[in-house]
Write a protein that binds this ligand. Structure first.
Ligand code: PLP
Length: 396
């Protein structure tokens, strides 16, 4: 059976060039990047080259890049490293849990009683397209607001937030601005100066580098407290011996991503995504795009197929060789509807009936053809089995 992978927002395959760039650092180039001898100098040079490549992708200086173990650590470092007891934080209801939980943890420390949390954090709503209103950010500002953390692209819908406007508001108010760009990096051009952010997170495994490596941009002049204590690695901002092969992989992936964006690969990706989306909507009734009407990253489409269970669709498609995903998280045995889709105003049953398709650099036109051949049929078959759909069809 031919397998098609359209779940690149979950993780991407490591590109062959990235793997080749990493290979020596599992073998002959094994030095600790902090050692002053030949072996250490070689790996130090590789780490610094990778830092330059990541900085070039984000439009910043290499000294502003801190390597981490991934997007989760980068988000946690930004939030915990910038927020102190008594600070107020503004964030959004559609953030990844890495940000939401880090914010709650940071403010929990400051609250003696649970009821006080509302006084320390403002969680902004989004509209039906999944967008934060910059005016809401402005209205939420308080004298003790320390941090605004709003993601660049949502992992479930791909919707892009109006970050430049939020950056201007943060700047006027003298407040730190962090953005989780894990799902935006390598998919759209990023320039930290244009955004006006003080901190920005990325993750290796979303850009065809390996899992377990990431980076946080922290602008020059922004003081950040470390999460870990130990050696003086990463200019005393992230203790711990560097993951040299991972960092080299991240650097290579960043370099390839920048070359791809300069070539306009993002436009080709958007064309493939649009063909998939339009092809599905043309063949499946009672379906719609979540986040339609908003600007989105070029690789993602999230579609609700009413009257079916998204989890059942994922399993049925997987049996036919197509890997996609739901936004639903399974907690304590119950399938919770996605907090992102619910925040956008979808009914719980529509949120549960939603599927995310996310393309990667390896996705081909043939993959899209095969997906288009599989999805409508599979939805139709599941609807035939659905008492919910039969009731609606009979009553109309
Ligand atoms: N932020 C977003 C938006 C994500 O999609 C993810 C991963 O899914 C993360 C953060 C966490 O990144 P990592 O898996 O590298 O810890």
């Amino acid at each position: 059976m031919q397998r098609i992978y359209l779940d690149n927002n979950a993780t991407t395959p490591v590109l062959p060039e990235v793997f080749e760039a990493m290979r020596p650092y599992f073998g002959e180039q094994f030095g600790n990047a902090s050692s002053i001898h030949h072996h250490g100098q070689q790996t130090r040079a590789a780490v610094e080259d990778a830092r330059e490549s990541v900085a070039a992708l984000l439009g910043c200086h290499a000294s502003e890049i801190i390597f981490t173990s991934g997007g989760t650590e980068a988000d946690n470092l930004a939030v915990a490293g910038l927020v102190e007891t008594g600070d107020h934080v503004i964030t959004s209801s559609i953030e990844h849990h890495a940000v939401l939980h880090a914010v709650l943890h940071a403010v929990l420390h400051a609250c003696k009683h649970l009821e006080e949390i509302g006084g320390e954090v403002t969680v902004l709503p989004v509209d039906g397209r999944g967008l934060v209103d910059p005016d809401d950010v402005r209205r939420a500002l308080r004298p003790n607001t320390k941090l605004i953390s709003v993601m660049m692209a949502n992992n479930e819908t791909g919707v892009l937030q109006p970050l430049e406007e939020i950056g201007r508001i943060a700047d006027e108010a003298g407040v730190c601005f962090h953005t989780d760009a894990v799902q935006a990096a390598a998919k759209i051009p990023i320039d930290v100066t244009r955004i006006g952010c003080h901190a920005l997170s990325i993750s290796g495994h979303k850009i065809h580098a390996p899992q377990g490596v990431g980076a946080l941009y922290v602008g020059k002049g922004t003081q950040i407290q470390p999460l870990f204590y130990g050696g003086r690695h990463e200019r005393s901002r992230r203790a711990g011996t560097e993951n040299v092969p991972g960092i080299v992989g991240l650097g290579k992936a960043a370099q390839l991503a920048k070359e791809g964006l300069d070539r306009g690969d993002d436009k080709m990706m958007a064309a493939m995504r649009d063909r998939l989306q339009q092809g599905i909507l043309a063949q499946v009734e009672e379906a719609g795009v979540n986040g339609a009407g908003a600007e989105r990253v070029p690789n993602t489409t999230n579609i609700h197929f009413d009257h079916i269970d998204g989890e059942a669709l994922v399993i049925a498609l997987d049996l036919k060789g197509l890997a996609v995903s739901t936004g639903a998280a399974c907690s304590s045995g119950a399938i919770e509807p996605s907090h992102v889709l619910v925040a956008m105003g979808l009914r719980a049953d529509q949120a549960r009936a939603s599927i995310r398709f996310s393309l990667g650099k390896q996705t081909t036109a043939e993959d899209i053809d095969l997906a288009l051949a599989l999805v409508p049929d599979t939805v139709a078959r599941l609807r035939e089995l659905s008492p919910m759909y039969k009731r609606t069809a009979l009553s109309s």
